[in-house]
Write a protein that binds this ligand. Structure first.
Ligand code: NAP
Length: 246
């Protein structure tokens, strides 16, 4: 095996599709953490589950003779990014981060910037609000400490614990008109979002803009400083410079 793609983002699956389409097909493997049970079908062989920290990842990379790693995890997956950087430096394996750009605020957006999840909870304030949480299952539980609000929480997997409000199971991409209808029907007055970037979930921002709703936008966590590209095409060029694709 030569290329390990740390997956979890749309870009990881897109790159896998592109790699699977060439002949002879390069040896490559997609790795998932295993947070979602029904993994969409992938174009390349996959493995699921953590490696066991930096040491486990180092053992895996050595045992599989990995020649290059592409960290295409979600921009909020911080630990995996640092583990990959440390393991690749130790083994002298080239590492590229494939990370889409964050969303940029437009003049007609009303964004309230939050540094992290706790900051976002504080930004909701003490008065009861009707909040649309579009942040993924893992972080939703933290909002249990602000019980004065009513929440519409959307995630792919069920919530671990009940929240004051309603839970919706859904996987993007979403359409702006559906997002607008959803926010209207639940009388949402504020949206909480991570700055994930990309097109699959940006419709909520369009809807919030149209409805003139504020959005608490959570900034990305810092990630290791490694060579980084924003597009699958640029990742392809990087693979080509390492002689791994034509
Ligand atoms: P994280 O905090 O960076 O990772 C926690 C641990 O999960 C890692 O230390 C690693 O376990 C394992 N892990 C993470 N990504 C992995 C991968 N691609 N393959 C194998 N093991 C992986 O990540 P997270 O925020 O929990 O996210 C988990 C996964 O969900 C990521 O792959 C990410 O791409 C995807 N995701 C995350 C978000 C988000 O908002 N955080 C959103 C959409 C998708 P070991 O230490 O045991 O190796």
């Amino acid at each position: 095996m030569t290329i390990l793609i740390l997956a979890g983002s749309t870009e990881a699956s897109d790159l896998a599709r592109q790699l699977a389409a060439i002949a002879p097909r390069p040896q490559a493997l997609l790795s998932f953490a295993g947070r979602t049970r029904d993994l969409p079908r992938q174009a390349l062989p996959t493995r699921v589950g953590g490696f066991g920290g930096v040491d486990g990842l180092r053992r895996f990379l050595a045992a599989q003779a990995v020649r290059a790693v592409i960290d295409a995890t979600h921009p909020f997956a911080r630990r995996m990014a640092f583990n990959a950087a440390e393991a690749c430096v130790a083994l002298n394996i080239p590492l590229l981060a494939l990370t889409r750009p964050p969303w940029a605020q437009r003049p007609d957006d009303h964004w309230i910037h939050a540094a992290d999840m706790n900051d976002a909870i504080d930004a909701l304030g003490p008065a009861a609000r009707r909040v649309f949480l579009t942040i993924g299952r893992q972080e939703i539980a933290a909002f249990g400490r602000a019980r004065q609000h009513w929440y519409l929480a959307r995630s792919i997997e069920p919530l671990g614990e009940a929240l004051n409000g309603e839970w919706l199971q859904a996987r993007g991409p979403f359409l702006a008109r559906d997002e607008e209808e959803l926010m209207r029907s639940r009388q949402i007055d504020i949206v909480v979002s991570k700055n994930s970037g990309g097109g699959a979930t940006s419709a909520k921002l369009e809807a919030a803009r149209a409805l003139r709703l504020p959005v608490i936008m959570i900034a990305r966590p810092d990630r290791p400083i490694v060579p980084t590209v924003a597009t699958v095409d640029d990742a392809w060029r990087w693979l080509a410079t390492h002689g791994l694709v034509p």
